[in-house]
Write a protein that binds this ligand. Structure first.
Ligand code: PRT
Ligand code: ZN
Length: 288
């Protein structure tokens, strides 16, 4: 069996920068230029296929690529349309977050989807939603500029991706129902527990390490010994903090890996409970 890993990522578009950064931060060095469709890692036996995001589920399902990075929205639509799309999600990547949502013109009196015409680039997901909710409505597939359709008279409402909501606002549309939340995911031809190639398993662990590190912070602070328990309870997502006695007074230093965001509010609470010299440091990589 070849030990080379092939990873499919989007060539250009919203997923590209974060996909590339994830690979680079996981120690996969490569460079892309111009119209190149294949990039070879300079330090690992990895090929990176640079393709349209719509082709990624099929490349991975066929085993042409061992791994791929794609939005859940694209994967779900293709799974709902084509039996040959069997790729499995092995890791949620936490970037390119958006939702697929229904929206209508601001001045629309629409109260339900019943007997309405819905324009969308995600017809299979919308049809499934309508079926599951026993709603009879017409779905028309539009590939781009979905937001225009209510104004040119071909749809009563739309179902499209929304992230900041600025596009809806600019087009005088208002969201009224979310169909699904989406983020970028790592996919493979088989479920993660069925992956046997050690180098792929190790690469997925590196990806996990980068993603977990993004949310995590290393917190260091000093406190009176008898406040230790109280302070440890306030540290978000810290499993087992290290307690180090300080030479001076009856104080200890607490060092902890917090796996959840540490907000200013948390730091203020720590201070109110007696902590001092509170340092919050970024974590680059985690290997569990
Ligand atoms: O060329 P290729 O086929 O590879 O790319 P593409 O044009 O099909 O996709 P691309 O690059 O636009 O998006 C890739 C993926 O990014 C999507 O499949 C989603 O998983 C994710 N993503 C995250 C988004 C958005 N946020 C998003 N806001 N994809 C599209 N949008 C569009 C949306 O369709 C709408 O037109 O942005 C507009 C709304 O954005 P806001 O911020 O104004 O709400
Ligand atoms: Zn696409």
């Amino acid at each position: 069996m070849s030990s080379k890993i092939v990873i499919a990522i989007q060539r250009k578009g919203r997923l590209f920068d974060d996909s590339k950064n994830l690979l680079i931060r996981s120690g996969v060095n490569f460079s892309t230029s111009g119209e190149k469709l294949l990039a070879r890692s300079s330090n690992l036996d990895i090929d990176i296929l640079l393709v349209r995001d719509d082709d990624i589920p099929s490349l991975v399902s066929k085993g042409v690529a061992n791994l791929g990075i794609v939005g859940q929205n694209v994967l779900a639509e293709q799974v709902a349309t084509n039996k040959k799309i069997t790729a499995k999600t092995v890791l949620n990547l936490g970037f390119s977050r958006c939702k697929l949502a229904f929206a209508k013109p601001l001045n629309s009196k629409l109260r339900s989807l019943k007997n309405k015409t819905i324009a969308t680039s995600y017809p299979a997901l919308v049809k499934n939603y309508l079926k599951n909710n026993e709603i009879n409505a017409e779905v028309i597939k539009i590939n781009g500029s979905v937001e225009l359709t209510p104004y040119i008279g071909i749809a009563d409402c739309i179902c499209d991706l929304v992230s900041s909501g600025a596009t809806l606002e600019a087009n005088n549309l208002i969201e009224f129902k979310s169909l699904m939340e989406s983020e970028a995911v790592l996919i493979s031809p088989v479920e993660s527990k069925k992956i046997t190639q050690t180098n792929i398993i190790n690469l997925i662990k590196r990806f996990e390490g980068v993603i977990n590190a993004k949310e995590s912070k290393y917190v260091m602070l000093n406190v009176d010994r008898n406040s230790t328990e109280k302070i440890c309870k306030l540290l978000p997502g810290a499993d087992s903090p290290t307690i180090i006695p300080l030479q001076k007074d009856n104080k200890v230093a607490i060092h902890a890996l917090c796996k959840e965001p540490v907000f200013w509010e948390t730091m203020e609470k720590l201070k109110l409970n007696g902590a001092s010299s509170i340092l919050v440091l970024p974590v680059e990589k985690i290997l569990n």
